[in-house]
Design a protein around this ligand. Structure first.
Ligand code: DGL
Length: 278
């Protein structure tokens, strides 16, 4: 099976799965190595220094070991803090994840947008810059939530959660001054689109929840084509007959963890057919 030069998709946990579906559509022929850094999970409650040290070092080891063609950091927290360090340390194209503030500003009619991310993401100067550059005509209201990350992980494990818990998290955003006018909510943590249905269900009025996965997938396709053309190839990942439309996609954990049957089923639906450990 074609395991050489995969697309390495990276997150602290299963949040990057919300990017994976768009990626698999834009790069159907690419083998995926999805890395969940459960050894460092959660990122959102860690300090900038911890993330800026851990992420580039770990990615360096992973790149050396698995020799990916492309790296997708499917994590807002890691991207908004560590992207420049990763880019300068590694010699491969890197796609990062940034809060979708630009499209949100275009879509908002009330010009009041919400940004739901991890505590670490929402306090980044990167978010200030995005707001100043792309949403200067909007009021941008931010809310951090570690609980939504936990709820998304639990959902993938098949655990049932009370909708009231989602309500509580969304209310913390909507009850801020001017929060009542929010019409678009940026899901600025890759875990959150996995619980979008629940957030929509508890929203007191129709809210548009958006994320950046489509843009990431388009950028990854562009970089893969660019790399292929530099090597004078049609694609970086020519599939043989047996593999047609079925590259070997793996989920790699950085630390031991219990794998439940229900979880296995859920990630199989996302095209990840093997679980390995670092
Ligand atoms: N999925 C991650 C993000 O996009 C981080 C979640 C966490 O580990 O706290 O920010």
């Amino acid at each position: 099976m074609a395991t050489s030069h995969p697309v390495l998709v990276f997150d602290s946990g299963i949040g990057g799965l919300s990017v994976l579906s768009a990626l698999r559509k834009s790069l159907p022929e690419a083998p995926i190595l999805y890395v969940a850094d459960n050894g460092g999970f959660p990122y959102g409650t860690k300090s900038e220094a911890e993330i800026a040290t851990r992420v580039p070092a770990l990615l360096g080891r992973l790149v050396e070991r698995y020799d990916p063609a492309l790296l997708v950091i499917a994590c807002n927290t890691a991207s908004t803090i560590a992207l420049p360090f990763v880019r300068s340390a590694l010699q491969l194209p890197v796609v990062g994840t940034v809060p979708a503030i630009k499209p949100a500003a275009k879509l908002s009619k009330s010009h009041v947008i919400g940004v739901l991310g991890t505590e670490a993401t929402i306090r980044q100067p990167y978010v200030d810059h995005l707001s100043e550059e792309f949403a200067s005509d909007c009021k941008v209201i931010r809310q951090g939530s570690a609980n939504l990350v936990t709820l998304a992980e639990a959902k993938l494990r098949g655990e049932k959660s009370n909708l009231a818990l989602y309500q509580q998290e969304l209310n913390r955003l909507l009850e801020q001054p001017e929060g009542g006018q929010i019409d678009v909510v940026v899901l600025a943590c890759t875990h959150f689109p996995l619980v979008k249905e629940e957030l929509e269900a508890v929203a007191p009025r129709p809210l548009l929840f958006i994320d950046g996965s489509e843009g990431i997938a388009r950028r990854a396709r562009y970089l893969a084509d660019d790399l292929a053309s530099k090597c004078e190839l049609k694609s970086l990942w020519p599939l043989n007959e047996n593999e047609k439309n079925q590259p070997n996609n793996k989920l790699l954990y950085t630390a031991p963890t219990e794998i439940l049957g229900c979880f296995k089923e859920n990630i199989k639906k996302q095209g990840l057919n093997e679980i390995v450990f670092l």
